[in-house]
Every structure is written in C-alpha cells, then in structure tokens.
Design a protein around this ligand. Structure first.
Ligand SMILES: *[C@@H]1O[C@H](CO)[C@@H](O)[C@H](O)[C@H]1NC(C)=O
Ligand SMILES: *[C@@H]1O[C@H](CO)[C@@H](O)[C@H](O)[C@H]1NC(C)=O
Ligand SMILES: *[C@@H]1O[C@H](CO)[C@@H](O)[C@H](O)[C@H]1NC(C)=O
Length: 789
C-alpha cells in the first residue's frame, strides 16, 4: 500500500483499480492440481509452446480474454485459473506488493544507486539471483505472484531525477551490463534452466527520467510530458541499456513508460515496442504498461479522440498487459464499434500467456518447486550478500593524510552528527520488502561494532532550515574523540513522483558541516548518503574534513560502513554519477532531454520573470560525463583506496582495421535493421591487457575502467569519452594482476543526428582508470591508436 501515496499525487484512479482485492496469490496449476484438463492441448507438454498457448486462448470466453488484458486478472474458469496479478516489485528485494498479508519477511538489498558503484557483475548477478530465488520460494508458498517489475534501466542522466535511487548508472554501457547481470540471475535457476525462475522487467521504456517539476511556474510531469529526444540521443544513450537487457539479459518483460517521446506516448508507440524491441532486438516477452499509462494515452496525452482508439493503438503498438483497467473497461466497446478485432486481443494474450507457460504455470512439478521458503528467504547467504552490497560499493572521495581507516585501538568514542545519523528503516520499503529480515541498522550501529558510538541529528531532517540544534552539535563535536558527519538526502528529498528541488546541501546542513568540522579536535569524516548527487565543492576544499565516503542509499544494509571506516576492507567503489556544481541546476531544465551540449529550448530554471515566456533560455552544458563540458566536482568513475595502484598497458593493438566495422554496419543495413546486435557490437579482436599493481601495503579490490575517446571528441555532438569495459579484481599488496578489456566494433562507430551509425576513422585514445585519482594513489594509463586507412 505504500505506493498509494506516491501514485496518488499524479494518478488518483490508481488506488481503486489495483488494490480492489488483496487475496493471497495462490497459483493453481490446472494441469496438475485438477483433473479437468487431462486431455487438453494446453496441458500437453509434448506439444510445442505455441500450440499450447493457442489452445489456451481458444478456450477462453471473450469476457475472460478482455479481463485478462488487465494486470489484476480475475479468475479464468475456462482454464481453471484463479486470480493473477502481474504486478510485483523487486528492485532491492521481493516486495509482494500487498498480495501477501502474512507479514512474510524478505531480504533487503542496498539500492542500485549504491550497488552500481561496485562495478562487480558477479555481485549484481548474485543479488538478482537471490531476489529471484526468494520470489520463487514465496510463489511456492502461495505468497507471491511470478512477475516482478525490476530492474530500472533508465539512465541517471539528470542529478535531480527522483528515481535515480533505483538505477545503477548514468552510463548506457554500465546500465546495460547491470541489467544483464541482474536479469540473468533473477530469471535463471541453475537447477532447471527450462523455466523462468521469476520474471524480470526492464523499465521504463523509454526516456522516462523526470517525475514532475515546476520551474518558473511552468509545470511538467511524467504522465503528460511529451519529451523531445533526438534520434541521436535515443540511439546512443537512451536505447542501449534496453537493448542489452533484451539481447544479453533475455529479459521476459518490458514496461512502456508514462511519457510520450516526440509526440507518441510510449505505450502506443508501434515503432518503439514492435519495430525496435520485437523486430530489431528479438524481444519475445510481455510488454506491460506503467500503472495507468494506457489510460494516460487517452486521459493525459489526449492522443486519440476516443477511448476505443486508444485501446486500438496500445494493443496494435504491442502493449500486452495494462497495469490498470483502461483496456479491460473499453475493449468491449472497441470491439462493438469495430475499432479493434478479437484477433488484436488474441495477439496480446499470446505474448502474455507465453510467459505464464515459461513460468511453469501449466507444467508438471520440477526442481523449482523444491525451492523452499525456509531454506531460501533471509538465508545466511542472503544476509551476507546484502551487507556486502555496501562494502563493495561505497566510494572514497577524499582521504587526506590517511584520515581513514580509523584505528579502533586508538579511538575511544565516535559521535555521528547529521540528519542521516539514524537513516535506515525509512527507506527500506521503497521498492523493496514491506518487511525485511535485517534489523534497522544505522551508521551509528556500524561504528559501534568497533568503538563506542552515539548519534545526534544537529538539524532535524535533510530538508530542514532549522539551525537551532547546531550549537549542541558543536559542543558534542568538541568533546568527542572523533566526529563522523552523516549528511545528504533521503526519500523526502527525491523519490518516485518527486524530483529533487536542488543539488546543493540546504543552508542548515552546510552550516552544520562547517561549524561541526571546525569545532572538532581533529579532521572529521563525512559520510554522504544520496541518490541525487550534491555539489561537494566546499566539502572537498574544507581542511577540517579529512575524508569523504559516498554510500549512495544503502538503507538497512549500512552495517558494512563500519568495515570500511575501520579498515577491515578497503573501499573500491567508483562513482556512477557526475557530481556537478550547484550552478548546473540554474542553467539547464530537468525537462531538457538532450544529452549533448548546446542551447536549451527551456527557460533557465532560476528565472524570476512572472511570465514563463519572458524567461531567458537556458544552456545545456551536456549531460553525464560523456557530454558534460564543464568541470565536474567529482568525475564519473572516481574512487580512492587505502592502498595505491599502478597501471601499465602490457599489450595494445598497433592499428585498428575498420574492415570488420564496415562489414557489421553493411550487414545491419542489408537486413534493414536499425541496430547491429549486441553480440556483433561487442565482437572484434582489438584487446588491451593492463597490468594492475598494488603498490601499497594492504590487499584490496580494484575497479579497472576502460574508456574510449573517439576522433573529434567533444565536437559536433561526439562524446568526450565513453566507458567500453570494466573489471573488478582483487590485488594483494605488492602483487599484480592482468586485466583484459576489449573495445567492441561499435566502439569505433558514431551516431549522427538522424540516428544512423557509421564507422569513424582516425585517432582513438584508450584510457584506463580516471586521471583525477592519480594524486590520491590511483592507477592510470593511456594509449593512442589509429585506424587503418
Ligand atoms: C499430447 O500430444 C501428443 C502429440 O500430438 C499426442 O500424441 C498425445 O496423445 C497427446 N496427449 C494427450 C493426453 O492428449
Ligand atoms: C531512529 O529511527 C527509528 C525509526 O526508524 C526510530 O524508531 C528511533 O526512535 C530513531 N532514533 C533516534 C535516536 O532518533
Ligand atoms: C564480486 O562479488 C562477489 C559476490 O559478492 C564476491 O564474491 C567477489 O569477491 C567480488 N569480486 C571482487 C573482485 O571484489
């Protein structure tokens, strides 16, 4: 029910449609649990899937078919099925979404904005795997449905976006790799690859990265907005994570988004759903609408003159399941008026039922039915993995004079000061478990594992302007052996339905930080919790702040922070969002979806004119590290360690042949496709071997990032650089490991303004690591290579 408040803001229809019935999700398998369908083709496992699905649909009455198009599908007596709800959430743990009222606990994981920083595919996959297994175990126990609407693979392209917490990166390649790892883990159970363990869903397709904001009196929200997105940005920024999710992750569901893109609402966008996803990428799963997004095609976008025409357009575009009841309500009259035919409905149900068959809803009992709640949910493995999320992911942004790690033996007590000293439980239920099996650990608890620790807020909450508690905080800081500041944001700052109003600390938090750090007897450590990056210019320049640890939003999985602060493990996470100066928010509107720098069609957000039309237009300084032309406060990929590293390129190509690139592009064109497959894009034999040496005296993990700088970088919309590969490795003190990273054929191409990809000849620079980390002991190496004429 928690989502009710979020959706209610924008969509009052929502509550009445989806929460009508909260009966427990008991799945009846009509082919196993009853004898009614012994001879029915849909129960005959020797027949091909398509024949079984066709038989099931043929048996349904028209009324049953119509109501099966809605996400909360009532019973289907013709098939012996009881109610099925397509909607559950799982991005940071199984949320049975009010379907199970027995108080079942599941494991809560750190949000993707934290775990993305680990750059560890194994951890992403293990996390997806554990969540998917918990889902299957709860299905077996009659406590969960089978279709989960995670992960979110939109880009953290805008620092104010309310849903940055749910995503893994601002980078398209990394987002696609995260999706691949999470989805394969989630969907594939090793003991029975014939079936989908639990269905994952890559969302929100597409260009959804804005909730709703008012700038200079001008209001836009995700359900009404018609985002102008260039074909160039679609092809090389917004689309790639979804293509990877479909082709490499083999995801079984996609969700079309609320917004329209270039005049067409996503759920009615035949080009997007059918031409791109199904025909180009080979997507063969179910497309669900975001909740009430089908209704919004008619009621918010006014895309058609009648509701019946909207039904026609969403069905014919390829939206199979309507989260809501718009299609179910209007399909009969669309049939009556001849706007759609029964075949339109059958086509959508074919996609939807195919997935239910792949989930084993109609097949004999197998190994997956042995996944038990007792052995799986909240297992020791699950708890350890959830703690590991933060330990592997937190990024060390500053560590002057080895302020960190603390030595437990030489510290008496730590006081944790700041509005996030107790942040934990309040974020747990957001797209995660209603109940979770971890205690509501806080940063104070994580430190109390090592030394005495207490906490105080200093300012009442992250958004407050109240500075009256700061003097008490200053007194506490003077007395303490060591001060840790716990600052940043929480869900009141940004979340679904609410974009952040600012990318700067409030005045009260800024004052708390400067006064407490000045009063403390030695340099303080600042731990920043946030999913929307905040300007850290003053924090990084402040000599009273010795170290800064960025933890994203770990929620109740914060315990590992103690391990990092006290040096049980060295931090190795790398930032996944560019940190901009505050002025960024005054220059560019959140409504501006252009990735590339240039004049903005929207007014400067800091305009004070009474009339929006009189406002000066903003300037887009470029979005994300690939296009941002200014000086980042913290660049993408930044992160320090307690040890130091040296990188050496030990194997590099002498030249690059463009023949295979041209061949790939020609073959794509010959097949009349807009995209080369991910497999083709990643192929090629241009490999780099980088020798990574731990030159310090402690063992540590290291994330090796590979970037490509193409010819003409930064000119005419060409990216400044792009991530093409990454690997996380463990390197013992004094030892070396070799990391191999391959740019793929697509890394030698560029997308033009019309969205067409072509080979880019010239000089390429390949860099490993992030140059700004070198002064802090980070490794970095660069190599330049030219293409063959
Ligand atoms: C299942 O299908 C196969 C292949 O068509 C057929 O030989 C068999 O009789 C069917 N089984 C039942 C129980 O109808
Ligand atoms: C910390 O937060 C919890 C709720 O998550 C609350 O019950 C508790 O009172 C808070 N502790 C302090 C010291 O504010
Ligand atoms: C990656 O994650 C896995 C699973 O959590 C972990 O076992 C492994 O040590 C991690 N790899 C590195 C290099 O940190």
């Amino acid at each position: 029910m928690k989502f009710f408040t979020f959706f209610a803001v924008a969509s009052p229809l929502f509550a009445s449609t989806v929460f009508a019935d909260e009966a427990n999700p008991v799945l009846v398998n009509p082919c196993v649990d009853t004898t009614d369908f012994l001879t029915a083709d849909f129960c005959n496992v020797t027949l091909p899937l398509s024949a079984r699905v066709a038989d099931a649909i043929k048996r349904m009455t028209l009324d049953e078919k119509i109501s099966a198009l809605d996400s909360d599908t009532p019973e289907i007596p013709s098939l012996g099925l009881n109610r099925y709800n397509w909607w559950s959430e799982a991005s940071s743990g199984v949320d049975t979404h009010g379907a199970d009222d027995s108080g079942t606990k599941t494991t809560k994981f750190a949000f993707p904005i934290t775990t993305g920083m680990s750059f560890n595919r194994t951890m992403w996959k293990a996390t997806g795997q554990q969540i998917g297994r918990e889902a299957r175990a709860l299905m077996n126990a009659g406590k969960a449905w089978s279709t989960f609407w995670a992960p979110v693979v939109n880009l953290a392209r805008e620092p104010r976006w309310g849903r940055n917490i749910e995503v893994s990166s601002e980078d398209p390649f990394q987002s696609g790799e995260y999706a691949t790892a999470f989805v394969t883990g989630f969907q594939e159970a090793p003991e029975d690859p014939r079936y989908v363990q639990a269905s994952a869903c890559c969302k929100h397709f597409i260009a959804n990265e804005m909730e709703g904001s008012t700038e200079d009196g001008h209001e836009e929200d995700r359900q009404h907005v018609d985002s102008a997105v260039s074909q160039q940005d679609l092809m090389d920024s917004y689309m790639p994570p979804f293509q990877r999710c479909v082709e490499k992750g083999k995801v079984t569901s996609l969700m079309c988004s609320y917004n329209a893109v270039n005049g067409v609402p996503s759920c009615a966008n035949d080009w997007l759903l059918t031409t791109v996803a199904r025909d180009n990428w080979g997507f063969d799963g179910t497309i669900v609408s975001d909740c009430d997004a089908d209704s919004d095609v008619f009621n918010s976008h006014y895309y058609t003159d009648t509701p019946e025409e909207t039904v026609r357009d969403v069905l014919r575009a390829g939206t199979d399941i309507d989260c809501g009841d718009f299609v179910g309500t209007n399909a009969q009259s669309a049939l009556d008026k001849g706007v759609i035919t029964e075949a339109d409905i059958d086509e959508r149900l074919t996609q939807a039922f195919k997935l239910r068959f792949r989930l084993q809803h109609f097949d004999p009992v197998g190994p997956l039915q042995s996944i038990s709640e007792a052995d799986t949910v909240c297992s020791d493995h699950a708890i350890e993995l959830s703690h590991d999320g933060l330990i592997q992911s937190a990024a060390l942004l500053k560590n002057d004079d080895s302020t960190l790690p603390f030595s437990a033996s030489s510290l008496n007590d730590v006081v944790v000061i700041g509005p996030n000293f107790n942040l934990s439980q309040s974020t747990a239920g957001y797209y995660g478990p209603d109940n979770h099996c971890l205690d509501a650990f806080t940063l104070v608890d994580s430190i109390a594992q090592f030394v005495d620790a207490t906490g105080m807020a200093g300012v009442p909450d992250v958004l407050s302007d109240d500075t009256s508690g700061i003097s008490d905080a200053v007194e506490a800081a003077k007395k303490a052996d060591q001060v840790v500041l716990a600052v940043g944001t929480d869900l009141t700052w940004a979340r679904e339905g609410t974009d952040a109003a600012s990318i700067a600390f409030t005045n009260a938090q800024a004052e708390l930080i400067s006064k407490v750090s000045a009063a403390a007897s030695k340099p303080v450590v600042l731990v920043i919790f946030t999913a929307t990056p905040l300007d850290l210019t003053d924090v990084l320049a402040n000599e009273n702040i010795g170290a800064v640890l960025h933890v994203g939003q770990p929620s109740v999985t914060i315990m590992g922070a103690g391990d990092l602060l006290f040096g049980k493990t060295s931090p190795a996470g790398r930032t996944i969002q560019t940190v901009y100066k505050r002025e960024y928010q005054d220059q560019i509107s959140i409504f501006d979806f252009n990735m590339r720098p240039g004049p903005s069609p929207f007014a400067r957000p800091d305009c004070t004119e009474d009339n929006y039309g009189d406002c000066e237009k903003g300037t887009n300084p470029g979005r994300t590290y690939r296009f941002f032309t200014g000086d980042a406060v913290v660049p993408f990929g930044f992160g320090l360690s307690y040890t130091s590293f040296d990188y050496e390129i030990v194997s590099a190509p002498k030249t690059v042949s463009m023949a295979p690139v041209e061949k790939m592009l020609a073959s794509t064109k010959d097949q009349n496709k807009l995209f080369s497959s991910v497999e083709e894009q990643e192929s090629g034999d241009t490999g780099y071997i980088v020798k990574v040496t731990n030159t310090g005296d402690i063992d540590a993990d290291e994330v090796v990032l590979g970037f490509v700088t193409p010819p003409g970088a930064g000119e005419n919309g060409t990216p400044l650089k792009s991530l093409f590969g990454f690997e996380r490795v463990h390197v013992k003190a004094g030892e070396s490991v070799e990391v191999t990273l391959y740019p793929g054929l697509a890394d030698f191409t560029l997308v033009d303004e019309e969205g067409a990809r072509s080979a880019a000849h010239g000089e390429y620079s390949f860099s490993f690591g992030v140059e700004e980390t070198v002064v802090g002991g980070g490794g970095f190496a660069r190599h330049t290579v030219s293409t063959e004429a």
